[in-house]
Design a protein around this ligand. Structure first.
Ligand code: PEP
Ligand code: MN
Length: 346
């Protein structure tokens, strides 16, 4: 249920409404807009009569909404969420799309990571991304450098000024990640790790949630809802492909339509990862462009100074020359991107 307050409603009237909601065993979430304040009612609405709320002073309208993901939904929060980082980089809304690049895993060759970071900086990327805790299908594969990898990322940030992103796999590691990174990534395999999502709701660093390989858009939205519900509004969504029936040519099926759908139903930023979506380096550029045209707020793709010898995901990583070429072309497109009044790319 959404309660829209009158334009001139007083704080006292708002407090009266939120108290009413809480007295009926539900939680309220207030969104203060430029013109209107909106209150979302969260919980089992059966105990509350909308007509009684509509009759409270200062209430303009009461709407029952269908979506179970109220906090993530545009109905509750009509304005886009734009996340602003301490260095001024912004993601979301009508901001220019951002680029996040880096190796699948941070490896022990620190100089190699610096080479990647410098190339990323030189090409205008805003984020360096690399895994220090790796969710690998096989226990025999490289599992990541853990804290050492995070130290390397932080040192690369020091050297280049890039923001850094890395995956968190366990609630136990959240405070460690927070010490080093600017964005905590939740991998596709953990999209429904509810304990992890709840704990990430209790921090205030941005969290990037990747769509699960077999997750519906509704499940994806509900994963983000967990983080918002637990108190952290800074969530970035990442479409990274879903499982199809044919993986001969592409690792997953990139769901491009998810981008405009999510822009329509949610206020959160949505980025696209063409590397994990396709598993092929030659598909990063065309799929990256398609994602930008569809309205992605950013792209994340894998690059490596020596992809043939990368410890993880080399086949879907660009080498640094290819990276410069592809990024030049993506930047050209980003430079031309403009939005119409319906939030679509013109
Ligand atoms: C990754 O981003 O490195 C990764 C493991 O991707 P995903 O969680 O999308 O499979
Ligand atoms: Mn990877």
């Amino acid at each position: 249920m959404i309660i829209v307050m009158e334009q001139n409603a007083t704080q006292q009237q708002m407090d009266r409404v939120t108290k009413y909601i809480e007295d009926h065993g539900m939680k309220s979430y207030i969104h203060k807009g430029d013109l209107l304040n909106v209150i979302a009612v969260i919980g089992n609405e059966i105990t509350i009569n909308p007509e009684n709320i509509a009759a409270l002073d200062g209430v303009s309208t009461v709407k029952k909404i269908q979506e179970p993901y109220k906090l993530v939904s545009r109905t509750t929060h009509p304005e886009d969420t734009v996340i602003t980082f301490p260095n001024g980089v912004k993601i979301g809304g009508l901001e220019k799309p951002v680029l996040m690049v880096g190796p699948c895993s941070v490896e022990k060759d620190f100089d190699g990571l610096i080479k990647i970071a410098k190339a990323a900086k030189e090409m205008g990327c805003q984020f360096l991304r690399g895994g220090a805790f790796k969710p690998r299908t096989s226990p025999y594969d490289f599992q990541g450098l853990e804290e050492k990898g995070l130290e390397y990322l932080a040192a690369a940030r020091e050297e280049t000024g890039l923001l850094v992103v890395s995956e968190v796999m366990d609630t136990m590691d959240i405070s460690l990640l927070c010490k080093y990174v600017d964005v905590l990534q939740v991998g596709a395999r953990n999209m429904q790790n509810f304990k992890l999502l709840k704990a990430l709701g209790r921090i205030n660093k941005p969290v990037m949630i990747k769509r699960g390989g077999a997750a519906t858009i509704k499940e994806f939205m509900l994963a983000a809802e967990y983080v918002l519900y637990n108190g952290n509004p800074n969530v970035i969504l990442c479409e990274r492909g879903i499982k199809g029936f044919d993986s001969q040519f592409s690792r997953n099926v990139l769901d491009i339509a998810a981008v405009p759908i999510i822009r329509k139903i949610s206020h959160l930023p949505i980025i696209v990862d063409p590397s994990h979506a396709t598993g092929k380096r030659y598909l990063i550029e065309p799929m990256g462009k398609a994602a930008l045209i569809a309205g992605a707020h950013g792209l994340m793709y894998e690059i490596h100074y020596d992809p043939d010898n990368a410890l993880c995901d080399g086949a879907q990583s660009l080498n640094l020359d290819q990276f410069r070429q592809v990024t030049k072309s993506l930047n050209k497109l980003i430079g031309r991107i403009d939005y119409d009044n319906k939030n679509n790319v013109k």
